[in-house]
Design a protein around this ligand. Structure first.
Ligand SMILES: *Cc1c(COP(=O)(O)O)cnc(C)c1O
Ligand SMILES: [Zn+2]
Length: 413
């Protein structure tokens, strides 16, 4: 079991005890988990990691909390797929996909929830809550069921049917709110002060929760033989995942697990119907202007992203870009990924692949670069996005003649 570290303010550096706190009292900056990197470096090697659990918890020394059992044991260490067929279509020689569609509840949110719930347990909470665009709802409800927490999950009322059913099935409290995610989030911020006895995974436990996304960078480096890619493409909603992937690569170097200082270009992907961070990147702005989301990529539909500014800064510093794609391009991206690599991703995956395609076509992603694209959620949860765009090749009566008539080339041999 790994002891909880302290928290420190990202803006002014003030140190706080490792409790359910998320903003600095002095400057209102976000709090982050602080580690003793020297101690981690002295006790963590590639070998100790390789001998660890086959889950996110193999990187336990660099995460808050510790493995609590349950769905933890199945979360993370997802495949890094060498995508040669997709790469050939896009003109990229060294393309990999981090396939998080195979996590226990079908998205990368299992990583952040695994970490948040283990911290919730250490801090003595018996109830957990979250504001979700869908995938976080699934993960919080499922992990709570297995771990024995009461759960209160808040979602916008217009989510995909599958995301509602695959949350409600776990039997916790599911509260559908008549508003968009930003309305849900505001309500949850108010509820957090009313309910200090609830561990709100993405509000009062946000510093811990966010750390879970670093495991994506840790796994990619380990799976590439302890090397980093040249360029990664990451979908952006709140922006947390993108900033933590960057932090993950840096930490590996800091604790001596990488030979060279990583220079990974980090590019962000958004839907045109909700692209506040990409808009700021393109206009050169320093502030994120909130938008009202209107896109089929509902898991990314955060109009006022909490970590938007940090994501923008991370992309700029790394030499990456932010790009956005239309709903039509998102569906084409989902189809392209499925057709070439046999992976059915949700709309967020369509956003990532469509943006990757755009960046490859414009030369931002270069043919010889080692590229990793993060495919963060399973397509079975957003089937309505492709309904009407894909259908049977033909529909026929059950007879040989009908088949021969409908598909003469296939029927004759
Ligand atoms: C939540 C989510 C994201 C984005 O995560 P942020 O950390 O909020 O930017 C990406 N993909 C999927 C499938 C998600 O559910
Ligand atoms: Zn501060």
């Amino acid at each position: 079991m790994n002891a909880i570290k302290s928290l420190s303010c990202r803006e002014c550096g003030r140190v706080y005890p490792a409790e359910a706190l998320h903003v600095c009292d002095f400057c209102f900056g976000p709090l982050e988990v602080a580690y003793d990197y020297e101690q981690i470096a002295s006790s963590t090697t590639r070998e100790t990691i390789a001998a660890g659990p086959r889950s996110v918890w193999r990187y336990g020394p660099l995460l808050p909390g510790g493995p609590a059992g349950g769905l933890d044991e199945e979360t993370g260490l997802t495949p890094l797929v060498k995508a040669d067929r997709l790469g050939a279509e896009l003109g990229l020689k060294s393309l990999w996909l981090k396939n998080d569609t195979v996590n226990p509840t079908g998205s990368f949110k299992d990583r952040v929830v695994s970490v948040a719930l283990s911290v919730a347990r250490e801090l003595g909470f018996s109830a957990v809550a979250c504001a979700s665009t869908g995938n976080l709802a699934n993960a919080v409800a499922a992990h709570s069921a297995r771990a024995g927490f009461r759960s209160y999950v808040f979602i916008p009322h217009d989510l995909e049917m599958a995301k509602v059913a695959t949350t409600a099935i776990y039997g916790g409290n599911l509260i559908s709110v008549e508003g968009n995610y930003d309305d849900v989030n505001r309500l949850c911020a108010e509820l957090t002060s009313e309910h200090p006895d609830w561990a709100f995974v993405n509000v009062n436990l946000r510093p811990y929760y966010a750390e879970g996304s670093k495991s994506l960078a840790f796994e990619v480096a380990e799976q590439l033989g302890w090397e980093v890619p040249d360029h990664v493409v990451v979908p952006v909603a709140s922006g947390s995942q993108l900033t933590k992937i960057a932090k993950g690569f840096e930490e590996l170097y800091r604790v001596g697990l990488l030979a060279d200082e990583p220079a990974v270009r980090i590019s962000g992907a958004q839907a045109l119907g909700c692209s506040p961070v990409a808009d700021a990147f393109k206009s050169g702005a320093d502030a994120i202007r909130p938008v009202k989301p209107q896109t089929i990529a509902k898991s990314l539909a955060i109009g006022n992203p909490a970590d938007g500014w940090y994501a923008l800064e991370t992309v700029r510093k790394s030499g990456g870009v932010l790009e956005a794609v239309s709903d039509g391009e998102i569906v084409e991206g989902m189809k392209l990924l499925a057709r070439t690599e046999g992976i059915f991703a949700e709309t967020a995956g369509g956003v990532t692949i469509a943006v990757l395609e755009k960046l490859a076509a414009s030369g931002v992603v270069k043919p010889g670069e080692r590229v990793v694209a993060f495919v963060t959620g399973n397509g079975l949860k957003t089937v309505e996005a492709v309904a009407g765009h894909v259908q049977p090749t033909v529909t026929i009566p059950p007879s040989m003649d009908a088949f021969a008539a409908a598909m003469p080339a296939a029927a004759s041999r």
